[in-house]
Design a binder for this molecule. Structure first.
Ligand code: NAD
Length: 349
């Protein structure tokens, strides 16, 4: 398979990330970047990276096989559709766009032009998520009952376009889109109920954190929480299953598992709490449980681009599919409805 010629659109934080990884990729060759801000183009040139003068110039360059779009969220649709119409395959940064209607137009452009179009759900290759996914898939602790996924910081929402509604700011579109995608892969069932509440601690215009509760068709549940005003972080993942519980305190830490070996204990000693006594909440002994840590999964940052370019050649199907992209956005829309109207949304997503 020959390498594909790539141009990165938007040379900001994430555009820089794509450029850096494209430079040591075994499947793409970086032809250059284009940023609407001449200062960013000049910076690219100063680093020895070719900068196109206009977007039209990128689209007119027949050598360009594919583009990666890393610009503010509200501009994704127009830029991606124009590229597909010019014959380029498109990787779009997340959130792919701001509404399901808009995504429909983008997917329609992909079908019409026959170009591969996908969203960069790179956090499917985060090792913390992979540990949870692999544990759930293995059945080692039985069927998942509930997964809780949290990401906590303490710096508020960034003061750039991410804090402004018309650019598609807010944490639900930002981290939310990743964490929702992940839990929907761990529990592969239709979502039938969505509840959501927003934080507005450092920003009144967009959510600077949220708490989202999903109920799936069989009654399993997922909780997703993003906070940007948490000076003590809660654990990254907590998963309850039929035969045990798993915990990841922090993405740098391995997954801890406590598996139930025997349900019944011969003798439960009550524990004294500060002003009382409990048997129900007494810790279990080592006879009835196994406690261990899972080896951290391995992950390769280039997997996404390898799959995308193989899909361009028709030798693989794309890992991040249009129906998956649509389902995540449908949940996001339901979450906005739930938060803004203070209600639980029933659905079949
Ligand atoms: P940023 O503000 O750092 O950079 C955006 C760049 O796009 C700026 O340099 C800006 O001048 C340029 N730009 C704006 N409109 C443009 C246009 N029409 N054509 C060309 N250039 C244009 O923002 P960022 O953090 O790099 O975010 C960019 C995108 O990447 C967003 O969609 C964001 O959600 C996403 N992102 C994804 C991840 C991830 O892990 N997948 C992480 C961060 C950001």
């Amino acid at each position: 398979m020959s390498k594909k010629n790539l141009v990165v659109i938007g040379y900001g934080g994430m555009g820089g990330w794509h450029v850096q990884h494209a430079l040591d990729s075994d499947v793409v060759t970086l032809l250059g970047v284009y940023d609407i801000d001449p200062a960013r183009n000049a910076l690219a040139e100063s680093r020895g990276i070719h900068a196109y003068a206009t977007y039209d110039e990128v689209l007119a360059d027949d050598r360009v096989d594919m583009i990666t779009v890393a610009i503010p969220n509200d501009s994704h649709e127009a830029v991606c559709i124009r590229a597909m119409e010019a014959g380029k395959h498109v990787i779009c940064e997340k959130p792919v766009t701001l509404s399901c209607e808009s995504l429909q137009r983008m997917c329609e452009a992909s079908r019409r032009t026959g170009r591969v179009f996908s969203v960069h759900q790179n956090r499917r290759w985060d090792v913390d998520y992979l540990a949870m996914q692999q544990l759930a898939d293995s059945g080692e602790i039985g069927e998942v009952i509930r997964i809780e996924s949290r990401i906590h910081g303490s710096r508020g929402i960034p003061s750039d376009w991410r804090g402004i509604k018309k650019y598609g700011g807010g944490m639900l579109y930002d981290w939310g889109i990743h964490l929702i995608d992940q839990v929907m892969l761990v529990i592969p069932e239709p979502v039938v109920q969505v509840g959501c509440a927003f934080d507005h601690i450092t920003n009144k215009e967009v959510d600077d954190g949220f708490r989202l509760e999903l109920t799936f068709a069989s009654g399993k549940t997922a909780y997703v929480e993003v906070g940007t005003y948490n000076f003590i972080a809660m654990p990254r993942f907590y998963m309850r299953a039929q035969k045990g519980t798993a915990l990841i305190t922090d993405w740098r830490e391995p997954c801890q598992v406590v598996k139930c070996k025997y349900w019944h204990e011969s003798e439960v000693l009550p524990v004294e709490t500060a002003a009382g006594l409990t048997k129900t909440m007494a810790p279990r002994d080592e006879v009835t449980t196994d406690t261990y840590r899972l080896e951290r999964p391995t992950s390769d940052v280039h997997t996404y681009y390898r799959n995308f370019t193989a899909a361009m050649d028709g030798t693989a199907t794309q890992l991040v599919t249009h129906p998956q992209m649509m389902r995540v956005l449908q949940v996001i829309e339901a979450a906005f409805d739930a938060a803004e109207n203070n209600r639980i949304v029933t659905c079949h997503i």
